[in-house]
Design a protein around this ligand. Structure first.
Ligand code: ADP
Length: 423
């Protein structure tokens, strides 16, 4: 029998191994460590681990001490009519002093690997009430019987081992899912890129010939050609949005900055959206400064920002409402804002709407069209210009989107790299 000093030593060893177990992330080495420690702690010839297959409920040998490990790998052990199966079902440890005489001893394994089991101690590996497997030690050295000390030591080790095994499994599953997600993301990006490039050429032809036809036909059929032109222009916009997203995501978005008057650009965008606003019964007004608002930036991309915010405001404002566009200096920055009296955005969604594909209303039930990409592109472009964009809102009363742009940030970027590309 072992004395209290021996017990303390064992506990210290378990504590030490528990630290090691929690820092081992690969399942194979982790299982080997567990069986080696189990055999050492109980002074046994061999030790092995059987894990429960979560899908089939079956027990399978996963590892054992020494050379037997490979021979044992993946041998299934029936849950009914085996000692490990009993331990798994009852959740209680079991000592067998004479395995050969015990009817529950599963002789199949010994036969396969040519070793004989005389005595055996098996403990469940429990996580709360769930048994994930069984830890077994075989043949205590000196032909001694397994005692309560062995049971206690092995139970403690099994509990630590169960948590460590479950952690590595979860980490493994997480890694696989993450890898898969990366692959899917790449697939999606490649698809967007190929599809949009392939669509661009035929679409340009449609737009070109529709415009030529419109000119040639004069009055007759003008309505129909107009519809073709509008639909094709809308498609072009969708393709450009997808391409912008792809370039922003892959860091391939190049800025081609130059100096221009932001006031003129905002004015021109408001004029473009005037007709759409009127059709929807919305009043669109701009409050612009008298003086120029010079900015050194990529004019086309800033226009994408301005267009998206005005178009959203018009889209999410019911008839009878108002959209107010404003531009002013604010400290060293230029502040462009679009306020509407529309449906508004719940407080908890104010940041999420800038995420890709995020839409407050469910895509299938929403009344408004759109892909949920506009704001993520707006944020990406504003970031590239060293600015900030955010949303404020009172649900059911309206929203206000604010863009702060440092007028010369792009110039500084351009000085450090020429031509300016951001990656
Ligand atoms: P889309 O407009 O194509 O759905 P966006 O990225 O431009 O995509 O906008 C994301 C979501 O943010 C919209 O679907 C809408 O739910 C919300 N949103 C954007 N602008 C407004 C606004 N002015 N008023 C209310 N909700 C808005």
């Amino acid at each position: 029998m072992s004395g209290p000093e021996n017990q303390i030593e064992k506990l210290e060893r378990i504590l030490e191994i528990s630290r090691e177990l929690t820092s081992t992330l690969a399942l194979g080495p982790l299982l080997s460590k567990i069986v080696d420690t189990a055999a050492q702690l109980t002074v046994s010839e061999d030790a092995s681990i059987l894990l429960r297959d979560a899908r089939t409920g079956e027990l399978r040998f996963r590892t054992a001490t020494g050379e037997k490990s490979e021979q044992l790998a993946d041998i299934p052990v029936p849950v009914e009519g085996s000692i490990a199966g009993e331990v798994m079902k009852s959740g209680e440890p079991m000592i067998v002093t004479d395995a050969q005489q015990d009817p529950r001893h599963f002789g199949g394994v010994a036969q396969q690997i040519g070793s004989e089991t005389r005595s055996l101690l098996a403990v469940p590996m429990l996580i709360r009430d769930r048994c994930i497997g069984v830890l077994e030690v075989l043949n205590k050295k000196g032909d001694l019987p397994f005692g309560q000390d062995d049971v206690d030591a092995l139970k403690t080790l099994a509990a630590q081992a169960a948590v460590a095994i479950e952690n590595t499994r979860l980490i493994g599953a997480l890694r696989t899912a993450y890898k898969r997600l990366g692959e899917l993301d790449k697939l999606k990006s490649d698809f967007i890129s190929i599809a949009s490039h392939e669509l661009r050429t035929p679409l340009s032809l449609i737009l070109l010939y529709a415009a030529v036809l419109q000119e040639q036909m004069g009055g007759s059929g003008a309505g129909e050609i107009d519809a073709v032109l509008r639909a094709a222009t809308r498609l072009k916009h969708i393709i450009e949005t997808m391409l912008n997203l792809r370039y922003l995501e892959t860091g391939q978005m190049d800025l081609i900055p130059h100096r221009f008057d932001l006031r003129t650009e905002v004015q021109s965008a408001c004029e473009d959206y005037q007709a759409l606003a009127e059709t929807g019964g919305v009043i669109l007004k701009a409050t612009l400064p008298d003086e120029e608002m010079p900015i050194y930036a990529d004019q086309e991309k800033i226009r994408v920002v301005v267009d998206n915010l005005i178009s959203n405001a018009v889209k999410f404002t019911p008839a009878g409402g108002q959209v107010r566009v404003a531009l002013r200096s604010r400290g060293d920055d230029l502040e462009f804002s679009v306020a509407d009296t529309g449906v508004g955005i719940p407080q908890e969604e104010l940041e999420r709407i800038f995420e890709r594909f995020y839409q407050v209303e469910d895509h299938m039930t929403r009344r408004q069209g759109g892909m949920g990409l506009g704001l993520s592109i707006v944020r990406g472009l504003v970031d590239l210009h060293g600015g900030r964009v955010w949303a404020e809102s009172v649900p059911d009363q309206g929203s206000r989107f604010v863009v702060l742009l440092p007028p010369y940030a792009a110039e500084k970027l351009a000085e450090s790299r020429s031509p300016l590309s951001v990656d």
